[in-house]
Design a protein around this ligand. Structure first.
Ligand SMILES: C[S@@+](CC[C@H](N)C(=O)[O-])C[C@H]1O[C@@H](n2cnc3c(N)ncnc32)[C@H](O)[C@@H]1O
Length: 293
């Protein structure tokens, strides 16, 4: 057995189960306040002279805007699904900008449901504790759906894509913002493979699909007009904020004499290896994918 095959098997053994992922978000969601005052649990989108490279949330919120732009939905009375919504950062952004939209988010973390819904009071948004592979949305019922850094928890598997296809109305769009592999897992060099293993372990990810396979799967499911944009260079400035955020977070804990919870340690590890993976530009890329039903 080659070293890479052994590493791959080890990664599968150690990486995400649903229970681990739920524990991770139930305990570590609060840490994200340090990453984003607006509770965006994702990376950002940098546009020179529009977003401020020093202000993380201006880039993180621009990612939200880029996703809404690609959904191309009427901004009144449309129903949008946020598949893996975190604590509702993107929902808040969308509802502030387009108050007449209706957005329903799903997440498996009960902490996120409780805290997210508190923040959504008086707004057209609701968070449900549901699996994005099997939601209670009716078939052909939503005008748009998006998944920001959430399908990676299921390895971008086909079930999640099929469920998105099922709930979308004909002609409406799914937008995915996430990291993908540029090659097959088996082709990763030993350094990339190590970073990948640590990233999946830290952030409780099942894995990242290759960009070639995700396109194939979307096609097979029936999606059309699939657009794949490599936005790695737009995302990079926010990824470079990781060391600053990690250092600040640890210093705050030391200053307040608070212990680092196990899930916070995992989060810090995931964040660090996201940065290191990002340096392996031949292996990993960050993409915006738009696909129409
Ligand atoms: C990195 S967070 C991103 C949250 C949000 N999209 C954002 O950008 O702020 C990943 C989210 O995916 C959710 N998630 C992961 N697997 C899920 C599943 N099978 N069903 C529903 N939500 C899931 C987690 O609970 C978490 O809320």
């Amino acid at each position: 057995m080659s070293t890479l095959t052994i590493l791959h098997k080890l990664r599968l053994k150690k990486s995400a189960t649903k229970e681990k992922m739920i524990r991770f978000y139930d305990e570590a969601t609060e840490d994200y306040k340090f990453w984003s005052a607006d509770f965006n649990m994702h990376f950002g989108y940098y546009i020179p002279f529009k977003t401020n490279i020093l202000k993380r949330d201006s880039m993180l919120n621009e990612m939200n805007q880029q996703v809404f732009n690609r959904l191309q939905i009427p901004k009144q009375n449309s129903l949008v699904a946020d598949l893996g919504c975190g604590i509702g950062g993107t929902m808040q952004y969308g509802l502030k900008k387009y108050p007449l939209l209706h957005i329903i988010g799903v997440t498996l973390s009960s902490f996120q449901v409780k805290e997210g819904n508190k923040r959504l009071k008086q707004k057209n948004g609701l968070i449900l504790e549901e699996n994005y592979c099997n939601t209670s949305f009716k078939t052909d019922s939503v005008d748009g759906a998006y998944a920001i850094e959430s399908f990676c928890h299921s390895g971008h598997n086909k079930k999640a894509l099929q469920e998105a296809y099922r709930i979308l109305k004909s002609g409406s769009k799914l937008v995915i913002a996430d990291a993908f592999l540029k090659k097959d897992e088996e082709q990763l060099c030993i350094g990339s493979n190590y970073c990948y293993e640590q990233l999946c372990n830290g952030w409780s990810l099942k894995g990242l699909e290759s960009i070639k396979n995700i396109e194939k799967n979307l096609n097979q499911i029936g999606f059309k007009s699939i657009t794949i944009e490599d936005i790695s260079y737009r995302v990079a400035p926010s990824v470079l904020h990781v060391p600053i955020a990690i250092t600040g977070f640890i210093l705050k804990k030391i200053f307040r004499k608070e212990p680092l919870k196990p899930q916070s340690q995992k989060n810090l590890k995931g964040s660090l290896f996201a940065l290191l993976s990002g340096l392996h530009t031949k292996s990993f890329g960050y993409y915006l994918i738009t696909a129409e039903k």
